[in-house]
Design a protein around this ligand. Sequence first.
Ligand SMILES: NC(=O)c1ccc[n+]([C@@H]2O[C@H](COP(=O)([O-])OP(=O)(O)OC[C@H]3O[C@@H](n4cnc5c(N)ncnc54)[C@H](OP(=O)(O)O)[C@@H]3O)[C@@H](O)[C@H]2O)c1
Length: 261
Amino acid sequence: MDNSPNIPAAMVTGGSRGIGRAICLELARLGHAVAVNYAASAAAADEVVSHIVAAGGRAVALQADVAQAGDRAALVGRTVAEFGRLDVLVNNAGIGSPGRLDLLEATEANWDRVLTTNLKAPFFLTQLAARQMLAQPRSGGFGRGKIINISSISAYTASIDRGDYCIAKSAMRMLTWLWAERLAGDGIQVFEICPGVIATDLTAPVAAKYDRLLADGLAPLARWGQPADVARAVGAIVSDCFPYSTGEQINVDGGFHIRRL
Ligand SMILES: NC(=O)c1ccc[n+]([C@@H]2O[C@H](COP(=O)([O-])OP(=O)(O)OC[C@H]3O[C@@H](n4cnc5c(N)ncnc54)[C@H](OP(=O)(O)O)[C@@H]3O)[C@@H](O)[C@H]2O)c1
């Protein structure tokens, strides 16, 4: 297989569905070879790959549970084996809080699952990706690399039925700042995107609640966000629209973050 580094290579965790799927399509549209990671949805990941290949792009579906250290190492290794390099990591894979339990009912098992998938995994995937970016030759004029963390409005919004999720997303801000500081001197930028209410499988079970909240003015832009809205922000980052920024947080939330009176 030709794995010569003639195009930049991106890896998107949880690229099979929802926001990750849209990010994969956007990165491919912008000329990246894309590793479409998934945990269980092989058919959905294959569909994303087919879509990209049909449009003339390059992509591969890679199964890995990002909560497992061995899977994380294998995922980065297989991406590099496939494409010859790694230029963009998007830490997108995430799970909601199982059962959305009240704080008084929250369990340690759920805490471990959510914190491992939504926080530990992006931290150590960033470490693996950064090591690869620093080891590979600067070629093709792709810059040194970009790491993009998909956080949430839950980073600063208290929801008492998913404390584990909120804490993981809140800590993702420090994760972003730490890696931005560590890698700035090496020419690798790190960003955090905070989506608001986005229409995906994650929010489908609570769609009626959000329909109501949006109609009642939850956000200034009174509509559901779409996965493509988030993907366009990722596209702007990889297109070098923010050359003098790092550790930056980009809200894609219809203005939800604005305090209003
Ligand atoms: N939807 C929203 O309103 C919203 C708002 C703010 C932030 N976010 C964040 O955006 C990200 C994507 O959310 P989404 O709404 O697109 O979710 P989604 O539709 O439920 O898709 C989740 C994706 O993550 C993958 N995934 C889950 N656990 C994984 C694991 N252990 N290893 C590898 N992949 C795993 C899934 O793979 P499989 O298909 O194989 O299951 C799937 O591709 C998450 O980090 C979420 O917290 C979402």
